[in-house]
Structure formats: C-alpha cells, structure tokens
Write a protein that binds this ligand. Sequence first.
Ligand code: PBG
Length: 344
Amino acid sequence: MHRTMATPDRLNLPKRMRRLRRTPVIRGLVNEVRVSLDDLIMPMFVKDGLLDPEPVGSMPGISRLSPDLAVQECQTLFEMGIKAVALFPCTEPSVKDPQGSESVNPDGLIPSLVRAIKAAVPAMVVICDVALDPYTSHGHDGVLSKDGGDVENDATVAILRQMAVVLGQAGCDWVAPSDMMDGRVGAIREALDDAGLASVAILAYSAKFNSAYYGPFRDAIGSKRAAGTGYLDKGTYQLNPANAREAIRDALLDETEGADLLMVKPAGAYLDILSRLRRASELPLVAYQVSGEFAQIQAAAQMGWLELERTRDESLLAIKRAGADLILTYFAKEYAIAHAAGES
Ligand code: PBG
C-alpha cells in the first residue's frame, strides 16, 4: 500500500472520509437517502359545522377543517405534489355512544367527505382510519366488556368489518385499521372481498405502541375530552414500548392476514422497529410521525431552541433512512412548500 511519511503536520492516512464531504455537489452525489413528495401522506382533521378552520392548540399550523374546506385543501395538496391524505374526524360529543355507532353510518362525516374528495380530486389517494375512538363516549378504540373493564376484541372486530365496508363503499382507497385488535386485518379483508371491494387495500397499523406521543392528536379529535382528563391507557391492545420482538411478530401476523402495507407508529422513537421490520418483511413500510413528534419540534422552534426547517427535514430523513417507504406527517404540506421542486 502507498505510504507517505507521517510528519507532525500530516497524518499517514490513506483513508480520509472528508474527501467525499468536500463540496455540496460531491455530497449530493454520494447522498444515500432522499425524502420526496411521493413519500408523504398528509393527515387531516375534519369537523362538521365549522365556518373557518379551527386551530389545534397543541399543533401549530394544523387546524380542523369543515368538509368543504377539506375538499379544497385536497385540491391544493394534490397540485403541490402531496397525493395521499389520511382523514380523521372530530366528532360531536352528542353523536358518541359506548358502541361508537356513528362509525358505521354511511352518511357520516367521513364517508360523505370521501365521496366529495373523490368527486373533486379522483386521483387523490384517500386513507381512512378504521377504529372506534373518534366515535366512542369513553374514547377507547373498541367496545367495552360488560363490566367495563377492557375492550372486547371480537365484538370490536365485528364493528370494524362493517366500518371498513362503509368506507370502501364511499370510495376510500386504503382502509387503515389503527385499533390493534387481534384478527382484524383478516376479518376486514374478508368483509371487503365479500362486499365486492377487492381493490380496497389495507394499510395495517401493525406496530402501534401504547405511546404518550398521541396527546395532541387526542386534543385534535376530541377523544381525550370524551374519556375525561387523564391520558387514556390503551395498554391492553397497543404494544408495550419495551417490546421490539413482539412488535415484529404482530406485524408479520398482519402480513399473513392480508395487509398490503405495514405501519410503525410513532416513528422517531421507534426507528429500530422500522429498521427491523424493513428486514423482516418485503411489504411497503409506512411510518407515522405522530402528533407529539410534530408538537415537540414545533414547540422547541417557537422557543427559538431549534431551527424548524432543518429539524423537520432531518426528522423525516431519519425515518426514511431507517427503512420507511412512506411517511404520514403533519409536516407534509409545509415540506411540499419548502421543497417545491419535489426533492430535498
Ligand atoms: C387511534 C389513533 C391515534 C392516532 C391515530 N389513530 C391515537 C390513539 O391511539 O389514541 C394518533 C396519531 C397521532 O398522534 O398523530 N385510533
């Protein structure tokens, strides 16, 4: 090997990593991962009876929209290059009940909105959550057992099947069970196929952890208020944040049951799960950068402690690098504005 004499001023270093970091152009050439607008999915909160957008206090820049405004927003997003949205309803307390009955109303807020979006922007990929929490008076993702002690798995799955069919019939492209009941992916697949909805795909919230990072989301959809003041513990159905192996087993079950895409949620604190699942499955992998991750960055930026744009972009890059193909993020729109050319 070629050697030069080391001197006090010059190390004898044949390998120097900085050679490929020398200029922005060189760094661009050896860049490994990019976030493109095609990777991003924008979550949207919708509420009936609003005239103006209603800001969500804990999520700067994010508002609940009326259905009309949500349709307009979809048009804007699509033109900007964001081609998928995930819809979440903020439901009036008056329509909530212990069974979450409103979840299967074909004329409810979400099914009606899906029809309106599909009429206005047919190519927009519309993703709908399948879970009862926006509709239950107690705020849980399913129906409770008679003694009220726990969420009942199989009785909940029976409702989720109907809910998925209602959403599929309304025209949604992907149903996204976010409830973490056992067996729901297989049951939903069967229900969709039986209803002639074979082309509706299932994005399974496969590795969804019992996380504190969902706080601002619960503000946004009002599921926190429904359940009282404390942070609702969903530990009997969502994954224990300590358990990586269990998360992979759960996700692989969803794959076996017929999931078309797998999701890890939250994203930033669970990059190890993303990277393990990337190796364990060949399905498209989706990460949800959840409300609390968004709020942390926004809050620190408001305090002047972090630079918003750089932190935002780095957080998304890290999620891609860990193995995500797609990212649900509340930053999707502002990322599209900041990177109008389509790539970072
Ligand atoms: C519940 C659901 C949650 C989110 C999406 N669907 C929260 C929860 O489990 O309470 C959280 C999303 C976010 O925090 O951005 N079905």
